[in-house]
Structures are given as C-alpha cells and as structure tokens.
Design a binder for this molecule. Structure first.
Ligand code: PMP
Length: 356
C-alpha cells in the first residue's frame, strides 16, 4: 500500500505563528513572520468589510460557477470567463493539471517551487531538473529535446530564488515546444515582477493562442489573501475544460470567494503593498552589500541572502520571535526573507547585524 509514495517528501510549509508561541512562549502579537511570502499589509480593509458582511452566509455553498470572480479576472486580464479555472490556491490548479496529465516525465529548474515535484511524484513522474539552479532556457531546451517531458514548469518569477525570466524569452521558448508538452507558467509573483520591470510582464491573454500553455496566478501574494486559498488558471478553452474535470464542487469557500471578488476591486491597496515591498527590499540589499553577502536580484516579495551559518541564524531569529526560511536543505547556506512592514524589517535587520 502507498508504494508509489515511497520517495515522496511532504511539503515543508513555513513555521506558523502558533508553533513559535507554543515552543518559545512568545506572545503572538510580538512574532514577526517573514517566512511564507505573505503580504505583510494583509488584505484591503474593503475586503475585510465585505467578508464580515457576508459571514452570515457561511452556511451556504458558494456560487460554483464563480461568475463574479471570473468576470473580475476577465476584466483584469482581457480574457473570457471560459478561459479561467478557479482553484483553492494556485496549488490546486497545478494539481489539476499535473494529475490530469499524469506525466511520465516533467522538467523544471534546478531549484524551484517544491509543489511541482510533489504533485508530479504523486503520479509517478520522473523529475528532470536543469543543472542551473535558476531558470536557464538553453538548458531547458536541451533537456526537452532529450527527454520529451509532458510538462515543463516555468516559475516566472521563481520561488525560492527570486530571479525572473524576461517575457520575450518565455514567449520565444514556447514557440520551440511541441503541442504535446504542456508549459505551465507560474505567475504567483507576477504582480511584483511586472511592477519592477515591464520586460518581465507575462500577459495571460497572449498565451491563449497556444494549445499547450497554462498560466497560473494567485490571490495569496500581492492581494494579501494567503489564508483564503484562492488561485486561478488561465488557458485556452480546451485546457480549461479538462482542468474542470478534476475540480471538486465548491472548491473555494463562500467567504474566500467574497474576499477575492472584493480584492480585485481595490487595486490601489495592491499597488501600495507592491511599492512598499521594493522600497523596503532596499534595506536588505544595503545590508548585503555592506557585508559582502551575495544575493539574487529579486522580482518578488522576498529576498535570498547567501549568508554563512544560515541554520544557526534562522534559529537565533526564531528564539527572538522572527520566522524566516533557512535554505540549508537545498545544500547551501542561505536564508529567504519575505519583505515585511518597515518596523518588521528594521527589527530583523537590527538583530541580523548583531548576530551575524
Ligand atoms: N507558485 C509559487 C511559485 C508559490 O511560491 C506559491 C506559494 N508559495 C504557489 C504557487 C501557491 O500559492 P497558492 O496556492 O497560495 O496560490
């Protein structure tokens, strides 16, 4: 029993605030969580208002067609509702696609979002990774020709390293790939990348003409709704119809739906968060440069610092109630820090300067 899962690891989620409260006896309001790339500003106050107002309807299933949400996304992206599937986080859309295809082989960057590998192994796929840890499309193409994987994952920008391919490079790559390989463009952090550099902006409507490209996006990052679990996939109708075959009924909650619909209506809030993200990121860049610490130019809401003794540093921060990601499990000493609010970043950096 469960033979197929023998070599599967469970996803290692960022430590929850509750765990630090229990283990270190620190008050929840004193804990700074910068480990899961959440939006430190949270959702728009208008979203909170709308969710409160609709709370009385939580005994009702949501509108399973997600009509209003799809309308909102259609307007945002210039696509039609028939080109959209909604998931409980974009994780679930990835799951639909991978389980729906049940590939024998998949191809991804040397270090990229862990769920690609986990979902693929669940269906017994062989995982092929590029030698480079960041996205190198020449390597992708060589390995594509050699292995003919049924799915290629491009994480644009990439979690956990933060680098980002240019949109043009992605489009040129798509042209070289046959229709029987699905290319998944994971745009979980696209709002950040396209704000920082227009050359990084992938427009989902531009990929509809391809029979083999799926774009995924999420409300968990720029929209501040990680806890509500809402994501989406955009593709041509054939792909979307097939993904719907795997979707369980009512796969997001009534209140998640309310939250996502209203989050789309407050773009000003989203832009405020993104703008502050890059202003605050400069503080970490200054720290790294001052100490000669290597870092990747980040197009996301987190930054990776190649700092020595990352495990000890992460532990020392945790004892002080600050949760970040140690990246030692990737085989190098680095930490990934989600960019927080100004006071959170200042506190973290003050401690980092003391202990490193
Ligand atoms: N893709 C990437 C690259 C991510 O970093 C994440 C979240 N960590 C996801 C997808 C999934 O996000 P969600 O399920 O919250 O939409």
């Amino acid at each position: 029993m469960f033979e197929k899962l023998k070599n599967l690891k469970t996803y290692e989620a960022g430590k929850p605030i509750e765990l630090v409260v229990r283990e270190y006896g620190i008050k929840p309001e004193e804990i700074i969580k910068l480990a899961s790339n959440e939006n430190p500003y949270g959702p728009s106050p208008k979203v909170i208002e709308a969710v409160k107002k609709n709370a009385k309807n939580m005994h009702r299933y949501p509108d399973d067609s997600f009509y209003e949400l799809k309308e909102g996304l259609s307007q945002k992206f210039g696509v039609e509702p028939k080109n959209i599937v909604i998931g409980a986080g974009s994780d679930q859309v990835l799951e639909f696609a991978i389980h729906g295809i049940a590939p024998k082989k998949v191809l991804m960057a040397g270090i990229t979002f862990a769920m690609y590998e986990i979902y693929s192994k669940q269906v017994g796929a062989e995982i092929i990774k590029t030698p480079s840890i960041t996205h190198n499309l020449d390597e992708f193409y060589e390995l594509y020709k050699k292995h003919k994987p049924e799915i290629i994952f491009l994480c644009v920008p990439n979690n956990p390293l933060g680098e980002c391919l240019d949109a043009k490079a992605v489009y040129d790559f798509i042209e070289k790939i046959d229709n029987d390989t699905l290319i998944i463009i994971d745009g979980a952090y696209q709002e950040f990348a396209s704000y920082k550099d227009k050359n990084k902006e992938i427009k989902p409507k531009d990929i509809l003409k391809y029979k083999n490209v799926l774009y995924t996006g999420t409300f968990s990052k720029a929209y501040g709704l990680g806890g509500m679990r809402v994501g989406y996939g955009i593709a041509n109708e054939y792909i979307i119809q097939n993904l719907h075959k795997l979707r369980p009924p009512f796969n997001i909650t009534t209140l998640s739906l309310t939250a996502a619909i209203n989050a789309l209506k407050d773009q000003e809030w989203v832009e405020m968060g993104i703008k502050n993200n890059f202003i605050e990121m400069e503080k970490y860049i200054s720290f790294a440069e001052e100490r000669g610490i290597k870092y990747f130019d980040s197009f996301t809401n987190f930054i990776v610092l190649f700092i020595e003794n990352s495990t000890e540093i992460a532990k020392a921060l945790l004892k002080k109630g600050i949760i970040i990601r140690d990246m030692a499990s990737y085989g190098f000493s680095a930490i990934r820090i989600t960019i927080g609010k100004p006071e959170e970043n200042d506190k973290l950096l003050k401690i980092l300067r003391e202990i490193s």
